[in-house]
Design a protein around this ligand. Structure first.
Ligand SMILES: [Zn+2]
Length: 416
């Protein structure tokens, strides 16, 4: 099946990035979060610089409370997010979509919101948002948990009317003589990802690396780079895959940094898609990374599963082979910058790698839970070195595939 792609995809993406660049500082900020355990309730208090509208709802599995507001700035100590008291295990916060901020409070056990109110505070025109949480039974919790009407999903990047499953554009991989590479810095906004030993967030580390990689690739003059996100905002996994497909990417690179219970585990690994994970750790890691949408409170009931068809299977087979070829070129390049884990190339079912027609890899660049890895990853030299290494592998990959095409043509075999 040959279908032509509407040209709106990339234009829409570029417009999205432009909007991000002119974003103004929000004029309301959260200055403090306090948690208090009382005899029969847990009190959660947010200090706000202004009176704002807010919406609160609860979700199950895992138990969590979602607080949505207009876009706010955060001037709180990130370490406070790890605090636990009463039924509260911790919380996350950040941009959920343009103009909308979200806080997700993780609960130890089901709890009802017995009180929620906004209170003027002192003479400074500040406000306090107060939530009183009282433990309850699971059945009672489930009776009221769920998405309220009108809560929007994360921003869809897809232009209207484009099916997710149209395949086989006429050489979709070259635009103005340049190939499009999509860089996907993992997590973002309300989903911080892993937290490093010194408090650094995975979402910030991989965004900085993604920008360095963009510079390194564009400096070659051979690639146009599209970022799934270029600032601190949440993006659903499906939206990331959609960026790869709509921009007609020739390569999709997702950047992450791992965490492990043992602080001695260190090094980088490259992952490609497989329903059959290569080992237990790879499977656990894919499971953890696939939780991103749940962590941010995305309504997954509205996220349809990928429809399987023979066409997609065929495209996927070739795509998987190409992803593996790229991973094999990446490993020796990454080795030049730092250590690799023992099994440096592994397979698992990462949802973000599921574009059926775009070769995709996920790189875990190091362990935030390892002090040596974390301190290296904070350094400019490491970021530049890592970006150069990935860029060299991308370049080699396309040289190699051009070579293969020539060989095929010389042997009289049909081209791709
Ligand atoms: Zn991650």
């Amino acid at each position: 099946m040959r279908v032509s792609w509407p040209s709106v995809g990339l234009t829409a993406l570029l417009a999205l990035n432009m909007n991000a660049a002119v974003q103004a500082e929000p004029d309301v900020w959260v200055s403090e979060v306090r948690l208090g355990k009382h005899a029969n309730h847990t009190r959660f208090v947010l200090s706000l610089s202004k009176k704002i509208e807010f919406e609160v709802f609860t979700l199950a599995d895992p138990y969590r409370i979602v607080v949505d507001f207009p876009e706010v700035g955060w001037r709180i100590d990130p370490a406070a997010a790890q605090n636990a008291a009463g039924v509260v295990k911790g919380f996350r916060y950040g941009l959920y979509r343009p103009g909308r901020s979200r806080m997700v409070i993780d609960l130890e056990a089901p709890a009802v919101i017995a009180n929620k109110f906004l209170l003027p505070r002192g003479k400074l025109n500040e406000y306090r948002l107060v939530l009183d949480l009282v433990p309850t039974e699971r059945t009672k919790y489930l009776a009221t948990a769920g998405w309220p009407k009108g809560v929007e999903l994360a921003p869809a990047v897809a232009p209207e009317g484009v099916s997710d499953f149209e395949l086989g554009a006429d050489d979709p991989k070259l635009t103005n003589g340049k190939r499009i590479v999509v860089i996907d810095p993992g997590h973002g906004g309300v989903d911080p990802g892993a937290t490093g030993v010194s408090g650094m967030y995975e979402k910030d580390l991989v965004l900085a690396l993604g920008k360095s990689l963009r510079n390194a690739l564009e400096a070659t003059g051979k690639f146009t780079v599209v970022m799934t996100r270029d600032h601190d905002i949440f993006m659903s996994l499906k939206a990331r895959v959609a960026v790869a497909r709509r921009s007609k990417a020739a390569m999709f690179i997702s950047l992450h940094a791992d965490s492990a219970p043992g602080s001695s585990v260190k090094g980088a690994s490259v992952y490609t898609l497989s329903e059959q994970a290569s080992d237990r750790e790879a499977d656990a890691l894919a499971h953890a990374e696939n939780q991103s949408d749940i962590i941010a409170g995305v309504d997954l009931t509205k996220e349809p599963d990928i429809v399987s068809s023979i066409l997609i299977d065929l495209a996927q087979r070739e795509t998987k082979n190409n992803s593996v070829k790229f991973a094999k070129l990446l490993v020796p390049e990454l080795q030049k910058v730092g250590t690799l884990t023992q099994k440096s190339h592994r397979f698992a079912g990462f949802r973000v790698l599921k574009a059926p027609d775009v070769p995709s890899v996920l790189i875990e660049v190091g362990y935030l839970t390892n002090a040596a890895d974390e301190s290296a990853m904070r350094a400019n030299w490491w970021r530049r070195g890592m970006a150069q290494a990935i860029a060299r592998a991308v370049d080699q990959y396309f040289k190699q595939s051009r070579q293969e095409q020539k060989t095929d043509a010389a042997a009289g075999r049909a081209g791709p």
